[in-house]
Every structure is written in C-alpha cells, then in structure tokens.
Design a protein. Structure first.
Length: 295
C-alpha cells in the first residue's frame, strides 16, 4: 500500500486549530460541559480495555474530533512489533475512528518486556531500516497513514551516524508516514545537545507535517553546573518554545496543534487558556498568509 506524503493526506480531517490532550481528571467535565476546543487527543493505550474509561471516550467523540497518540508500539524494536498489541490498537481505531493516529520515534520493548519509558534509538542505517519496516507494517495493518513524533533526548549514542532531523525525514520519505513535530521536544533536545533548533525545523519536509505538539518542560541544574531540560509536560509552554512554534508555523503553515499536559495536571481552564494562546498564533499566521496571497 502506498502512502504518498502530501500535506492534505498527512494532516487528515482535523482542522489546523488548537486542541488539548484529554487526561482522566477531565473526562467528566469535558463530557458534561463540552468546552470550546477544536479537537482532542488521547493516549491510545489508555482506552484499549473495557469499563468506564473507553465509555467516556465514546461519549466525548460524539462532540469532538479525536486523535489517538500511541505510547507503546515501540517502532524502534529490532525484534519486531508485538502483533497482539497492534491488533488491540486496530480495534481501538475501529471503535473510536480517530482522525489522526500517531506514535513515537523510540523503543520500549526488549525480550518481550515492556519498559515504562520512550527510549532513544541509535541513529544508524540499521536502526533506520528497522523503524521503516515497523512503520510500514503498522500502516499496512491499520490501513491508515500514521504520524511519527520526534523524541526528547538526554543522551546521544557514540556510534550514531545520522542527525536526528535527517533520520526522521528519511522515515517519512521511505514509508510515506507523516511527522508529528513536537516543538517542545526539538527545543529540549537542542538545548541538551547543543543543536540548532532552526536547523532541525528546516530539515523536516513541510508536506509531511501532520500535527504539532506543545508542552512545558522542567529545568534541572546538575552538580557540575550544567543545565538539563526534561520534557515532563508539567507546566505551561515556555516563551522560547512559543517563539520556536511561531518559526514552525512560518515554515509549515497552519498545522493542527496540541497542548500536552501529563504531570501535575491543572484545571481544564488552564489547558484551554494555553490552547487559546496557540490559536492566537495560528490566527496570526493565517492573516499573514492571507495578506501574502492577496499581494
């Protein structure tokens, strides 16, 4: 099955507006109050079982477009995908009919054991072949294009030979998948490793960008005086990340944009306020693009 990487098909039917990540504390309030937000994203693995949790999503998706963001498929695992897990994801896709499906450029399974983290890949030709094989298998099984999210990273393998931005672009080019551009992750990794965040953005193919993530991160000063930034999704988006997001919009155009918040989860009103800030930038870009077209 061929998935040519065009902007229209990569982005799907979710509008180029701001959405929020749905977390357990907000199920009831979202279902009962139906806040003014364009779309909602959930972590796929939270809705694979039975009981009340997927029932909440059944109700909520009647009013909102849904995106399913996976955290457990382990696309970088050399021993192959867990077909049982992939089948469960397939059933969730059939049930919830998400407008977008995404996963991470990472690995989290070894010897059949799931590790509770999204671990970094060695960026080599061998790893690139593994990821592309697994992405192809996932897309063939789901009969859908998926988006792949760039990671946040805190170490680099000495034997990596491919810059992360080139690696991600190559996965999209070889498999036809889209890219979920996590702007906060780019900023965090660039600060941790001394990369240039603008160079990273410039290397990504605009037609493949199907979604953008924004989130807060933590700053830790280590014993040696150096600073480590940690993608903890536990605070408001940092000013420098907002600036990089504006740069991403200049390069990619309006893209569905999600506010993520996974730790120290605040009241829903705080997420909606962050989404309004993202929407302001999306609207500003839209006016700017409209003036350029008129000229």
């Amino acid at each position: 099955m061929s998935f040519p990487p065009t902007a229209a098909t990569a982005r799907g039917p979710i509008p180029a507006r701001a959405g929020i990540g749905l977390r357990f504390p907000h199920h009831r309030v979202v279902a009962e109050t139906r806040p003014d937000v364009a779309w909602i994203e959930v972590h796929t693995e939270n809705y694979l079982g039975g009981g009340v949790t997927p029932a909440w999503l059944d109700a909520i998706r009647c009013d909102y477009l849904i995106s399913c963001h996976g955290v457990g498929l382990s696309l970088g695992t050399a021993e192959g995908l867990d077909r049982d897990h992939l089948a469960r994801i397939g059933r969730a896709v059939e049930r919830f009919a998400p407008a977008l499906i995404s996963e991470h450029l990472s690995w989290s399974v070894a010897g059949g054991r799931y590790l509770a983290d999204l671990l970094p890949l060695p960026l080599t030709d061998e790893a690139l072949a593994v990821v592309c094989r697994n992405v192809d298998e996932t897309q063939e099984f789901l009969r859908r294009r998926i988006l792949i999210e760039n990671p946040s990273s805190y170490l680099c393998y000495r034997h990596s030979t491919i810059p992360e931005w080139e690696f991600l672009a190559a996965v999209a080019g070889r498999t036809g998948c889209g890219i979920l551009c996590d702007v906060n992750n780019i900023y965090v990794s660039a600060q941790n490793h001394g990369w240039d965040a603008s160079t990273y953005l410039a290397a990504l193919p605009p037609a493949a960008i199907g979604e953008i993530h924004l989130a807060g991160h933590a700053v830790r000063r280590l014993d040696d005086g150096s600073v480590l930034r940690i993608d903890d999704h536990g605070s408001r988006v940092a000013p420098a990340v907002w600036a990089l997001y504006a740069e991403a919009l200049d390069r990619f155009g309006p893209v569905p944009t999600l506010i993520e918040w996974d730790t120290d989860i605040p009241p829903l009103a705080t997420l909606l306020d962050e989404a309004r800030s993202a929407q302001t930038l999306l609207d500003r870009y839209g006016r700017k693009a409209g003036h350029a077209d008129a000229a």
